[in-house]
Design a protein around this ligand. Structure first.
Ligand SMILES: [Zn+2]
Length: 290
């Protein structure tokens, strides 16, 4: 017994379907798709004084990305715990925690919900010049960047502010969405060419992007600008972002490149932009110092 309709029956039903309803249906689908895209395109943050409110395409929900980040973060922590590299230097961890604690309340300028996030910061013993903040406020600072660059509190605040800004703007969620859109386009293209649609392993792609995908130039600029505002509002000198980049440039010039710099390209344009935006938020810094 073959329960599939015979091929000629399918062809027949297509032939008898009037052209007009089919056209109307495809128009409806097109309209729905554009509405979905428009609906998914909004800014994750308010602009603050630095005006970071670019509209973003989001095709994956925040809870989904949050779940991936939670998992990835707890994996990193448990690995570090096993190797004895998690918060090995208590005083250093307390210092980083204290600076983070001053920055967190300032995040409400950019988004109201960030104050209720379960922010967490841990220091991992490593020679790497690295730091990151995952979706939802899960931060790691590597001891190498603090020790080798002999960071001042203001410079540490510049790093933390920059990384926190990536999370506030949900840059990883945006990157996953961009990758989904590319996959979707590729799959449609493949289907049209008769190559088969293929399936995207979203969880794998997500976890990979969370840790490895370099931030785009636009994301870096936004993180720089929001970062200096967070630091200034918390009472840290926003101009420290400039000395931080100078130190990074000197250190990585000597060592041939660090992980943090590979995703955070240093250039003249960036330093110029940071110069402009750190001056713009100097008033906030002076106000916070009073
Ligand atoms: Zn960055």
């Amino acid at each position: 017994m073959n329960h599939q309709p015979p091929a000629n029956a399918v062809n027949a039903s297509l032939k008898v379907e009037p052209a007009y309803p089919r056209l109307r249906r495809s128009l409806k689908i097109g309209l729905l798709a554009s509405l979905l895209v428009i609906g998914a395109c909004s800014s994750t943050t308010g602009g603050g004084l630095v005006g970071a409110d670019r509209r973003q395409l989001m095709l994956i929900s925040e809870p989904e990305v949050n779940a991936m980040a939670q998992q990835a973060y707890s994996d990193v922590l448990s690995d570090a715990r096993k190797q004895g590299t998690l918060n090995a230097n208590k005083a250093q961890r307390q210092r980083v925690q204290a600076i983070t604690n001053k920055l967190i309340p300032q995040t409400s300028i950019f988004r109201a919900d960030a104050g209720t996030w379960k922010w967490e910061v841990n220091v991992i013993e490593s020679k790497e010049l690295n730091a990151w903040c995952m979706h939802g406020g899960k931060i790691a600072v590597y001891s190498g960047i603090i020790n080798q660059l002999k960071l001042t509190d203001d410079e540490l605040a510049a790093i933390l502010g920059h990384e926190m800004a990536h999370a506030l703007r949900e840059h990883s969620r945006e990157q996953i969405s961009q990758s989904m859109a590319t996959d979707f386009t590729l799959n449609i293209g493949a289907a049209l060419l008769g190559l088969g649609a293929g399936t995207a392993n979203l969880a794998g792609v997500g976890a990979d992007l969370m840790l490895r995908l370099p931030n785009s130039r636009a994301h870096e600029t936004e993180a720089d600008r929001i970062g200096v505002e967070l630091a200034a509002r918390a009472g840290f000198d926003p101009r420290a972002a400039l000395s931080l980049w100078r130190k990074m440039g000197a250190a990585t010039g000597a060592s041939g490149g660090a992980a943090w710099l590979s995703t955070h390209p240093s250039n003249k344009q960036r330093t110029q932009d940071l110069g402009v935006y750190s001056e713009r938020v100097m008033g906030l810094y002076q106000q916070a110092k009073r």
